[in-house]
Design a protein around this ligand. Sequence first.
Ligand code: ATP
Ligand code: MG
Length: 236
Amino acid sequence: ADGEGKVLRMLMFGKPGAGKGTLSSRLVKKYDILSFSTGDLLRQHIAEKTEVGRMAEEIVATGGLIPDDVMLKVVTSKLDALHNKHWILDGFPRTAGQGKLLDQHLHARDTPLSLVVNIDVADEIILGRISDRWIHLPSGRVYNLSYNPPKVSGLDDETGEPLTKRPDDNPETFARRLQTYYAATSPLLSHYAAQPSNITQLVSLAGATSDEIWPQLENVLNSAFPGLSQRQETRE
Ligand code: ATP
Ligand code: MG
């Protein structure tokens, strides 16, 4: 993260199922950026039956939020590993309290957020596609049977390992997650809108699919962060 221009310290913000994970992994694949998703992290804790995982399992499965103090423990060590790099957080912060903790953490290191991207997709569109969603749990890679299917049915493209369905990707739990989003998470947008835009820029990108949002997202990054370099082509 040296050379020209500003360092990318970005939140991938948006409703559940908006495509945050899909867009983050596209960015990480193409550019020299690190990212992590608290949802992926929690699903790994749950799969490994760690202490955090055992307490989180039911909350995640029913569309609630893990308490802020637990999230902080999960996230802190990860945040420190991002220092001095270009990075993206996906799924954190999700409450005003988490937002405050993140601000404090970054302020203490003099590394404020530089970009908040709100991925804006209509509720009906998201609802229509979550039942088609499958994931590769260890990597967090996301597939959609209608518009982004795996090369071999039921298997991850890169590892060949089996895909799984998230227990919270059903219409009932999705309704709860969306409610939680409106009540606890969306108020963070006005917090970021109130920041000086030369320090923390807030952008909303709308579209019906990640393919529609992707070129807009690349435009924002390329114009605001000209120092971002593309990864050397290693595969494909
Ligand atoms: P998508 O991954 O499709 O964008 P999402 O944002 O609902 O949807 P994840 O980010 O994967 O899904 O999170 C899944 C679940 O993990 C949440 O519903 C919540 O229970 C828990 N979770 C994830 N991040 C947090 C957080 N920052 N605070 C509290 N709970 C969290
Ligand atoms: Mg996600």
